[in-house]
Design a protein around this ligand. Sequence first.
Ligand SMILES: Nc1ncnc2c1ncn2[C@@H]1O[C@H](COP(=O)(O)OP(=O)(O)O)[C@@H](O)[C@H]1O
Ligand code: SF4
Ligand SMILES: [Mg+2]
Length: 311
Amino acid sequence: MGIFHCPFGCPHFEAEGCIECGLCLATTNEEMVEASKNVRAYLKAHAMEGGPVRKIAICGKGGVGKSTTTTLMARVLKDQGYTPLVVDTDESNPGLYRALGLPNTPKPLFNLMSRFSYSETPEPGTEWIMLPEINLEDIPREYMVSDQGMNFVMVGKIENPFQGCACSMADVTRSLVARLKLKDKEILLIDTEAGLESFGRGVERSVDLILAVVEPSFESMALAERIVYMAEGMGVDRVGALLNKVSSKAMEEKMILELKKRKVETLGTIYFDADVLEAGFEGNPPGNTRAQAEMEPIAKLLLNVIQQSRV
Ligand SMILES: Nc1ncnc2c1ncn2[C@@H]1O[C@H](COP(=O)(O)OP(=O)(O)O)[C@@H](O)[C@H]1O
Ligand code: SF4
Ligand SMILES: [Mg+2]
């Protein structure tokens, strides 16, 4: 296994911070499973207690509305006087910056990948990604687009065959998320990859809260249950479901009940909104839609959590 997969960011076995879980030494599937159990037990025992929520990961199955709800949430937070930083970790879909109303994309973070390799000389100007603590001001303007209080960075898009492995892209994201030092009203929203990919890569390791976006489908609800399980294994105990594209009150009630059975708490509901779909079709910001209004109480609930304790 490559050194960059250490869930604790250690360069090698017995380095500082190594918990000797055995993941990097595992050669068989059984050893791998055993080592993963060790990581899980360690993280569970060292779960973050309370504290303010500043880093939020938005997860869920492909197409459930992660990017849409990230956009709605970022807009509401901005209107409430917060400074959102949206991290786009999707390696394929290009339109999030447009939905956020931003004029262009920044330089992709994967340009910094040489910092994560011991064999290549890092490019000048990439030193900031290895600072032990990264403030928003430390992120060079070329890597972060900011407009009217909205901030945006992106990992990058796969544009060419053989361009490289998404794991190394996830290393950059994981490192940034872990090192970001956010001030009072700064909130990080990570629009994660579909499914459980990002969990496998440990991207959520240092977030304070995970939002599982759930649409009315069996797969999506089953995945929410897995997300709660994975989050727990990462030491994140603040996890909630955000229902999206819900067709009726009756469907909402059924979903809440089903999720409850799966031990997933529901934080709020966004109904199916034809105007959101239309905006998505045009690649435009969702605007003053009903969905935007529905996001307000959900964001306020989160803001209460952001101020202090737990979901
Ligand atoms: N509440 C909603 N009502 C109607 N359409 C929605 C809603 N949320 C998302 N969509 C549409 O669903 C599609 C997938 O949404 P998207 O945010 O791209 O999903 P993901 O990021 O999870 O892959 C888009 O066409 C989007 O416009
Ligand atoms: S034993 Fe575990 S914690 Fe130590 S370096 Fe290997 S993967 Fe990381
Ligand atoms: Mg998306």
